[in-house]
Design a protein around this ligand. Structure first.
Ligand code: AHG
Ligand code: MN
Ligand code: MN
Length: 332
């Protein structure tokens, strides 16, 4: 597996498996290049003017950090001119971003959370970028309606984690592969092929400060885990919560675990906390492609028909047997 760069990997997928057309390969390479640029900007930290608030709010009424805005700009600029996209949509923009008329248009739709884990930027904890690729319906205008496709229609999904190393995790619907940024070479190199999430786990991730707002099935599930050896599960569990979904999901991909941002009385009116189109769906595809499961407590996340670009959903994902258990508690 030595020195297979992302470019070589994609060319071989195209040539040997006929898995991706050339323009989708270009799209992925452009997104990867943008993630490199974001990684460099993040790496400068206090040496450059990239930390702190931007002084603005996004569509969801959340205060934007400078790096939220910078990362969004990097992704927009990188993807505008290549001719591979019909439009882009982002957490940071209310409406889809059309491709300017001076550039050719392609058939794909790109969605992203340019910077995930914003609260961790200024404290030097892992953050990331999440992206999802859909096909623009034939003959359709590339407006918001064109984006409203269930996650099972994704052609590709991935995330970059900016941690001690910068990683790119990618699925083309044929397993999950991990690439590590070689900073000297400036290229992503394949470091893990066909990653699998263990079916069982002793590790859970949830923001426990919301406990009093949770619904009964989640109260029961987490309560049983916290009860440990003496409780109904008869074993001890451990808890981890980074508060960057990318970092929490990456831990689960690496050694198993379950991640929950469930429906609670605080976020119920909005439908949940995390966004379906550019957080839940791409992560659900990756997790399923690695042998895990992803539901909203009732339904498979990938089968939800979206009704809005910024729609929120409850998210439960990770090791298969644990996701099945807590989903069954919701049904019971
Ligand atoms: P973003 O920074 O893109 O708004 O996303 C943050 C999300 C997600 O990454 C994380 O799991 C969750 O918010 C953390 O929420 P709490 O602060 O409520 O724990
Ligand atoms: Mn996010
Ligand atoms: Mn974000």
């Amino acid at each position: 597996m030595k020195n297979i760069t992302l470019s070589r990997f994609l060319i071989e997928e195209q040539r040997d498996k006929n898995l991706i057309p050339a323009d989708l390969r270009l799209l992925i390479e452009v997104v990867a290049r943008a993630c490199k640029a974001i990684s460099i900007a993040i790496g400068k930290g206090g040496l450059a003017d990239v930390l702190g608030g931007a002084g603005s709010d996004n569509v969801q009424g959340e205060a934007q950090k400078k790096l939220d805005v910078i990362s969004n700009e990097i992704l927009l600029e990188a993807n505008e001119w290549g001719g591979h996209l019909a439009a882009m949509a982002s957490e940071e923009m209310e409406l889809p971003h059309p491709i300017p008329n001076r550039y050719p248009k392609g058939e794909y739709l790109l969605l992203f959370d340019p910077l995930d884990g914003s609260s961790n930027i200024d404290v030097n904890v892992s953050i990331g970028t999440i992206f999802s690729v859909l096909r623009c319906p034939e003959g359709a205008e590339a407006n918001e309606q064109a984006f409203l496709q269930p996650g099972n229609q994704q052609l590709c999904a991935g995330y970059a984690v900016y941690g001690p190393t910068t990683l790119l995790v990618l699925t083309l619907g044929d397993g999950v592969n991990v690439f590590t940024l070689d900073r000297e070479m400036g290229s992503f190199v394949l470091t893990q092929r066909n990653v699998r999430i263990p079916e069982d786990t002793k590790e859970f991730a949830i923001n426990a400060s919301n406990q009093r707002f949770w619904e009964p099935p989640v109260q029961r599930y987490i309560g049983e885990m916290v009860a440990g050896k003496e409780g109904p599960r008869g074993q001890d569990f451990n808890m981890r919560w980074v508060a960057s979904m990318v970092a929490d999901v990456h831990r689960i991909l690496s050694r198993g675990g379950i991640f929950l941002y469930p429906l609670d009385s605080k976020t119920k009116a909005k439908g949940g906390k995390l966004r379906l189109m550019y957080e839940a769906n791409p992560m659900a595809l990756i997790v399923e492609q690695a042998g895990g499961k992803a539901t909203d407590g009732h339904r498979r996340l990938l089968d939800i028909q979206p009704t809005g670009l910024h729609q929120r959903v409850p998210v439960i994902l990770g090791s298969k047997n644990e996701v099945e258990r807590v989903t069954a508690y919701h049904a019971g």
